[in-house]
Design a protein around this ligand. Structure first.
Ligand SMILES: Nc1ncnc2c1ncn2[C@@H]1O[C@H](COP(=O)(O)OP(=O)(O)OP(=O)(O)O)[C@@H](O)[C@H]1O
Length: 218
C-alpha cells in the first residue's frame, strides 16, 4: 500500500486551547489509484495532505508512505522519502525564483536522481510550457506558474502525488488538460494521486472520493 492512515489524530494549539482538526482518520491509497479529498473550507484537507507528505506532524495514530511509518523515521529518512517518492503541488507554487522554468521543472527529478531529459521535455510540452523554458518564474502569469509546479511534480515520476487544488488558478479548458496530464502520469507510472478539490467535476474524475467533515471522513 502506498499511503496508509490509521486512526490519525491532529490538533492545533490556539489561544482557546487545543482544536482538533483530524479526529481518527483512516483510509489507504494503493499504487495506481486516484482519490479526491473534498470538504468545506477549514475542514482540514490541507492539514491532511501536509501530514501525508511528512511536512506536518500528528498527535496519534499511524501514517505510512510506501510502507514506512512516518512517525518512526528520523528527519533525514523523512526528507529522503519526500525527495524520492513524494511530489507535491500546493496552492503556493514554491518555484525557485533564481532558476529558469526548465531548471525548476527538472529540480525534483534531479534531486531524486531521475533526470530523464526526454520525459521532462514531454511533460513540459504537454503542459504548454515549451515556449517558457528559458524564462524566470516571476515573468509568468499565476496559471503558468501553476503549470510549472505541476510539471515539476510530474517530471519527478513520484510514487505518491499529493495535490492541493492543483488547477485552481487555471481556466476550465486548461484545467481539464492539466488534469489529463496528471491522470496520464498515474496511468503510466502507477503513482498514487490524492487531490484536494472544491470542484465536484474534478472529484468526479477520481476513482474514489473522501469527504472530510468535523475532522472525520465520510
Ligand atoms: N498551523 C496552524 N496552526 C493553527 N491552526 C491551524 C494551522 N493550520 C491550519 N489550522 C486550522 O486547522 C483548520 C483546518 O485548516 P486547513 O487549512 O487544513 O483546511 P482546508 O480544508 O484545507 O481549508 P481550505 O479549503 O480553505 O484550504 C482550520 O481551522 C485552520 O484554521
Amino acid at each position: 500500500m502506498l499511503l496508509e492512515f490509521d486512526k490519525v489524530e491532529k490538533s492545533f494549539p490556539t489561544s482557546d486551547g487545543s482544536v482538533p482538526v483530524l479526529r481518527g482518520i483512516s483510509f489507504d491509497l494503493a499504487a495506481g489509484q486516484t482519490l479526491a479529498l473534498t470538504g468545506e473550507s477549514g475542514s482540514g484537507k490541507s492539514t491532511l495532505l501536509h501530514v501525508a507528505a511528512g511536512l506536518e506532524g500528528f498527535d496519534g495514530g499511524t501514517v505510512k508512505v510506501a510502507g514506512q511509518p512516518l512517525g518512526q523515521l528520523d528527519d533525514a529518512a523523512r526528507a529522503a522519502l519526500r525527495r524520492n517518492d513524494i511530489a507535491l503541488v500546493f496552492q503556493q507554487f514554491n518555484l525557485i525564483p533564481s532558476l529558469t522554468v526548465a531548471a525548476n521543472i527538472a529540480f525534483q527529478a534531479r534531486l531524486a536522481g531521475r533526470d530523464d531529459a526526454d520525459h521532462i521535455a514531454t511533460v513540459s510540452a504537454a503542459l504548454g510550457l515549451s515556449d517558457y523554458l528559458t524564462k524566470y518564474p516571476e515573468t509568468l502569469s499565476g496559471g503558468q506558474q501553476q503549470r510549472v509546479a505541476i510539471a515539476r511534480a510530474l517530471a519527478a515520476k513520484p510514487k505518491l502525488l499529493l495535490a492541493d487544488e492543483p488547477t485552481g488558478n487555471l481556466d476550465e479548458g486548461t484545467a481539464e488538460e492539466v488534469l489529463e496530464q496528471m491522470l496520464d502520469l498515474v496511468a503510466q507510472t502507477g503513482a498514487g494521486l490524492m487531490l484536494v478539490t472544491h470542484s465536484p467535476a474534478i472529484a468526479g474524475r477520481m476513482q474514489r472520493r473522501l469527504h472530510l467533515k468535523n475532522g472525520q471522513l465520510a
